[in-house]
Ligand binder design. Structure first.
Ligand code: G6P
Ligand code: MG
Length: 219
């Protein structure tokens, strides 16, 4: 039986990819590193420290660990500053409607995000009340594609993975959901999240009706 839903944040509830892009771009420009939107796509769903390593590898750069932390912190300061302009108008179309519907139907709802800024983002959106449990980048050590963040969320909800549906926009996020034994819904193109059980191009199409119809055998 499906009793709970676990949502990724960035790219599912709100689109922070552009803000992450701008912050990484600013840091990269300062460092003389190449960084573009194509490379930014590779950062979808992965932690801040994994992200800077992807950018450095791409640029064939290696630095001491403390310098890497310093640069990642610098990027984060730029990113957090940009979150100030985020408002409750910045839900991805359809996200707020789905969350509202799930709560009305009495499902448990958790967040399962790699971001250490997840609470700040939820506060800006005024979305905290939708969640029974918040799993973020501070909750577990291993980030996606490891299933740990979703296992953390389901454990806190006191549900088995097979009783939960994970919503994810990242390839590695769907990998994590599958690895943990969760039902999965991918948000995005086939080439990115086609391995999910169910896929929608955008959250707008991910209505409660569509989700419920697809998983009807499990309700
Ligand atoms: C999300 C985003 C990633 C980001 C990660 C860490 O998963 O999709 O692009 O790197 O969160 O975010 P943070 O806010 O902790 O730097
Ligand atoms: Mg995401």
């Amino acid at each position: 039986m499906i009793k709970g839903f676990i949502f990724d944040l960035d790219g599912v509830i709100t689109d922070t990819a552009e803000l992450h892009y701008e912050a990484w771009k600013k840091l990269s420009d300062e460092m003389g590193w190449h960084f573009d939107r194509e490379l930014n796509e590779k950062l979808r769903g992965i932690s801040r420290m994994d992200s800077i390593k992807v950018i450095m590898d791409h640029n064939h750069v290696s630095l001491a660990d403390d310098v890497i932390v310093e640069l990642a912190t610098k990027k984060n300061d730029i990113y957090v500053n940009s979150l100030e302009s985020m408002t409750p108008d910045d839900y991805l179309p359809g996200a707020k409607e789905l969350l509202t519907h799930l709560r009305q139907e009495g499902f448990l709802v958790a967040l399962g995000s790699a971001s250490k800024n997840a609470i700040k983002v939820l506060q800006q959106l005024k979305a905290m009340h939708y969640f029974d449990v918040i799993g973020d980048g501070n909750s577990v050590a291993k980030s996606k594609p490891a299933p740990d963040i979703f296992l953390y969320a389901s454990e806190k909800l006191k549900l088995q993975p097979s009783n939960c549906v994970v919503f994810e926009d990242a390839e590695k996020g769907i990998d994590a959901a599958i690895a943990g034994g969760f039902h999965s819904v991918g948000i995005g193109p086939e080439e990115r999240v086609g391995h999910a059980e169910l896929r929608f191009n955008t959250m707008k199409e991910a209505t409660y009706f569509e989700v419920r119809s697809f998983f009807s055998d499990f309700f």
